[in-house]
Design a protein around this ligand. Structure first.
Ligand code: NZQ
Ligand code: ZN
Length: 379
């Protein structure tokens, strides 16, 4: 068990009909005017927008709306938001959507206090101030609603990088799982795969952290059961609610307590979606993770065998990987890079683009050639 600090000050307001709390939460922070940040419009089709604006109005909070955050949010759009805030004056940000909107809100919250926020993602500067962030979550996947991380794409540079700072933790996040019934099926699945991937990143790097490992096994089983249930009945509230809370627990520090996570698969996926911005994060992970497991499992064989037995009731890791991929197919998720419109000739660039540092990962230290081999396995 590695030493760790667990300090997560984000307030979570969870359950049906909770979005109407947003106005009061913002008011408590003394903010008077907020930026309401949103994506391509899904919140207008599922009553989330009406609920947020009614609540802000009821608490006497003014708001300015900025739409158009892309799935895989961009530096360019964040810079637009930053300029607007500098021009009109804003006290806080309300992010209404999924990880993309929340991650961009984090970039913007810190970006108004520095010359160029991309420098923070490049590690050239550290941030020392950020506007308060509130979120109304509409898709369960990233855990961004209760974590300190933002992932942003610089389309010109073809880079997608993370930034983490305690200053970027949302003050309060509202999770009403019932609004997730409007998700297209593939987005529900993308979310499920991303949640599993967050658990894997810690779990597979584990050794003696029994409490964290056992908890993670329960979280994995819950994700699989919930997605299976939703495949039959997309409106099942209990499955939506359990999946939503699992997503938050999967990346709010709890699933990683005492473990230094691997994160190579995430880096590789970010390199894919940096180049192919139309590929959803969860879709990319579903393709990369089985290949990564195949490539590295002998490095921590006991734990991978435990995973095979406890999660898949399989006798070998190879069999468990097949069952995992079959599950992805049952959920109608792609399992090969070739299915995502990626050309074989691109693999070299994707491999080199995934390494900001000479090596990657914890379970097995990967160099560029290792990453290329994993990509070939995934093709
Ligand atoms: O554009 P909008 O209207 O928001 O529509 C979204 C988007 O098209 C739609 N959607 C969301 N809720 C909906 C809905 N459609 C109907 N009904 C609803 N209730 O779903 C699409 C995907 O949304 P997005 O926010 O992109 O999904 P997700 O939450 O998976 O976020 C993905 C981004 O987060 C990053 C990913 O790399 C990716 O850029 N990540 C962030 C992390 C973090 N901050 O800790 C960690 C993750 O590993 C990940 O890297
Ligand atoms: Zn992820």
């Amino acid at each position: 068990m590695q030493n760790f600090i667990f300090h997560n000050p984000t307030k979570i307001i969870f359950g049906k009909n909770t979005i109407n709390a947003i106005g009061k939460e913002v008011k408590k922070s003394a903010a008077k005017k907020v930026l309401l940040l949103a994506g391509s419009g899904s919140i207008k089709n599922n009553s989330v927008y009406e609920q947020i604006t009614a609540s802000l109005k009821g608490s006497g909070i003014e708001w300015f709306e900025l739409w158009g955050v892309k799935a895989n949010p961009t530096l360019e759009h964040a810079q637009r938001a930053i300029s607007i805030i500098k021009e009109i004056g804003i006290d806080a940000i309300v992010a209404a959507g999924g990880g993309s909107v929340i991650d961009e809100a984090k970039a913007v919250a810190a970006g108004v206090f520095v010359d160029d926020i991309w420098d923070a993602y490049l590690g050239k500067i550290s941030i020392s101030k950020a506007l308060p962030i509130f979120t109304v979550l509409t898709i369960s996947a990233t855990g961004s609603e209760m974590n300190p991380t933002s992932v942003l794409s610089n389309e010109k540079a073809q880079k997608k990088l993370p930034l983490a700072s305690q200053l970027l933790r949302p003050l309060a996040s509202i999770i009403d799982p019932s609004v997730q019934s409007s998700l297209p099926w593939e987005q529900t699945v993308n979310g499920g795969i991303d949640i599993l991937a967050h658990i894997f990143e810690s779990y597979f790097a584990g050794s003696s952290q029994e409490v964290t490992i056992a908890l993670n096994e329960s979280l994995m089983k819950t994700v699989i059961n919930c997605i299976d249930t939703l495949a039959q009945d997309e409106k099942n509230y209990s499955a939506r609610a359990n999946l939503a809370w699992t997503a938050t627990l999967a990346l709010n520090g709890i699933s990683a307590a005492g473990i230094i996570g691997d994160w190579a698969s995430h880096r590789i996926e970010h390199s894919i979606s940096a180049v192919h911005t139309n590929i959803a994060h969860g879709t990319g992970l579903g393709v990369v993770f089985p290949a990564w497991i195949k490539y590295v499992y002998k490095e921590n064989i006991e734990l991978f065998q435990r995973w095979a037995k406890n999660i898949w009731n399989a006798n070998s890791v190879e069999q468990a990987i097949s069952l995992f991929q079959q599950k992805l197919k049952d959920w109608k998720a792609p399992t090969k890079l070739s299915e995502l419109g990626i050309k074989y000739e691109e693999l070299d660039f994707i491999a080199s683009n995934s390494l900001e540092t000479p090596t990657l990962g914890v379970v097995k230290l990967l160099n560029q050639n290792d990453v290329l081999e994993i990509l070939k396995l995934a093709y």
